[in-house]
Design a protein around this ligand. Structure first.
Ligand SMILES: NC(=O)c1ccc[n+]([C@@H]2O[C@H](COP(=O)([O-])OP(=O)(O)OC[C@H]3O[C@@H](n4cnc5c(N)ncnc54)[C@H](O)[C@@H]3O)[C@@H](O)[C@H]2O)c1
Length: 436
């Protein structure tokens, strides 16, 4: 069994633990949490609970560390694990700045460890089907790309969470929290890369009422007047942006955490010269295909009609719905397959490769992950963990057990998200188009 540890046992930490247990090949040996680690470990039947991540890592030396804490801690926790040669799964957004994300990416490359950012929308079978249909030309030339990522859990000025504090969540909020997912999925599905952006941000609640106690993610509890304090908000509730891609498409996206009734809806649409495609995360098992001269179609998730590649991410027969928790299982299945290969090979770092980190310089790397935004997949989104040399373009020349192409969003994808996030912030602040 691969030995794994989860740092941060809140909303997403629990999702990770559940998904890891579904794999059957991973032993969650410990968790760390700043609050009530012992009780949380006992409740989850995890053998040990630590108050501090350093203590956990030093005592347990797990094979893999999952970073599931608030954003401002990702960098220090991931770096502590990376420097000890431990494989890392890190939650999104990867870090608080492009600079931190670049250091993490370069360290992971240098250490040759398997690494991933949880950009899990790639693992919905019907989103993957959409990617395959675009890649094989079903949609024709892509004219335009559209979509949104909408939620309502931060709609009232009494809604509160650590994400609202820029010191804990980062300089952007709606974009870093959910827009980051949308941009990753868009580039993964279409194979297009955003080349310039023009963004408009708004903060609907410039002051929020912060409860004096702690608040769980997605909590909708109401609070009495005497139990809160007012604090100013300096991050966006809403972001809209136009963009252009290297494939000649024009796009637009709206991201908001204040749209009543939209609980967690990511919509991605592609309008091409042959047909249109639309995938909606609140209807994850369907894919809509729009036609000009014939009836529109609705694909149902059924392994019998999916492409072989999309089929890899469907664990159940048609009519048996798959959703959010399944995407974590699929991501971790790919990730731990690579980790198991490393462990079988007897060393975390094998071979040597030259890698290019997006937006940065060339970096010498030892084995591990081939560099530059996207490895080998046709669409620039997939990643091949390569054991061997990389071409100057950064395409991995794979030569080992890890050579099978995977779709894991590795640290380079996380860094790409950080770069796009910062560009949107720059554009909104300057009220102008910004090149990426
Ligand atoms: N990939 C996804 O779909 C997805 C979904 C939700 C959240 N996330 C990401 O997961 C991360 C956590 O979000 P959440 O919603 O689970 O938050 P949360 O507040 O529900 O949980 C965070 C947990 O971390 C603990 N913690 C805080 N600082 C710590 C530290 N230094 N060491 C150990 N434990 C610490 C807290 O006590 C809490 O239990 C965020 O980065 C968020 O963006 C990703």
């Amino acid at each position: 069994m691969v030995r794994s540890a989860v740092i941060g046992a809140g909303f997403i930490g629990l999702t990770h633990i559940e998904a890891l247990r579904r794999l059957g090949s991973v032993d969650v040996v410990a968790l760390a949490d700043a609050l009530g680690a012992g009780e949380k470990a006992a409740a989850l039947q995890v053998p040990k609970g630590y108050a501090g991540y350093q203590e956990l890592i030093d005592h347990e030396m797990p094979d893999v560390v999952h970073v599931c804490t608030p954003n401002e801690t990702h960098f220090e926790i991931a770096m502590y694990a990376l420097e000890r040669g431990i494989h890392v799964v890190c939650e999104k957004p990867m870090a608080m700045s492009v600079e931190q994300a670049r250091i993490m990416t370069e360290t992971a490359l240098a250490k040759g460890v398997v690494n991933a950012i949880c950009l899990i929308n790639r693992f919905y079978p019907m989103a993957y089907q959409m990617k395959d249909m675009v890649a094989r030309g079903d949609a024709g030339r892509i004219f335009s790309i559209g979509g949104s990522y909408l939620q309502d859990w931060l709609m009232y000025d009494t809604d509160y969470n650590w994400r609202l504090e820029s010191s804990r969540g980062g300089a952007t909020r709606a974009v870093a929290d959910i827009g980051y997912h949308w941009m990753d999925l868009m580039e993964f599905v279409t194979g297009h890369r955003i080349t310039e952006v023009c963004a408009d941000f708004s903060t609907f609640h410039k002051v929020r009422r912060k409860p004096l106690g702690s608040v769980e993610t997605f909590s909708s509890a109401t609070w009495k007047a005497e139990n809160f304090t007012e604090i100013p908000i300096d991050t966006e509730d809403y972001a809209a942006f136009l963009f252009h891609t290297d494939g000649g498409a024009h796009g637009s996206c709206v991201v908001s955490q204040a749209v009543a009734g939209r609980k967690n809806q990511l919509r991605l649409s592609v309008a091409g010269s042959r047909c249109s495609l639309l995938w909606d995360s609140e209807d994850t098992n369907s894919l809509w295909v729009g036609h000009r001269n014939e009836a529109n179609q609705l694909y149902a998730k059924d392994p019998g009609i999916l492409t072989p590649e999309a089929c890899r991410y469907a664990s159940f027969p048609g009519g048996h719905l798959e959703g959010y928790p399944d995407t974590f299982k699929q991501l971790f299945k790919s990730f731990y397959g690579m980790v198991e290969n490393r462990i079988k090979d007897g060393a975390p770092a094998v071979g040597a490769s030259a890698g290019h980190v997006p937006g940065g310089g060339e970096s010498a790397a030892v084995g591990g992950v081939s560099a530059i935004g996207g490895g080998e997949s046709a669409n620039g989104g997939g990643v091949s963990a390569s054991v061997g040399k990389a071409t100057p373009e950064g395409k991995g020349v794979s030569a080992g057990r890890d050579a099978q192409q995977t779709d894991i969003s590795d640290f380079r994808a996380g860094l790409r998200g950080m770069i796009l996030t910062e560009k949107l912030l720059e554009s909104a602040g300057g009220r102008r188009w910004v090149s990426v």
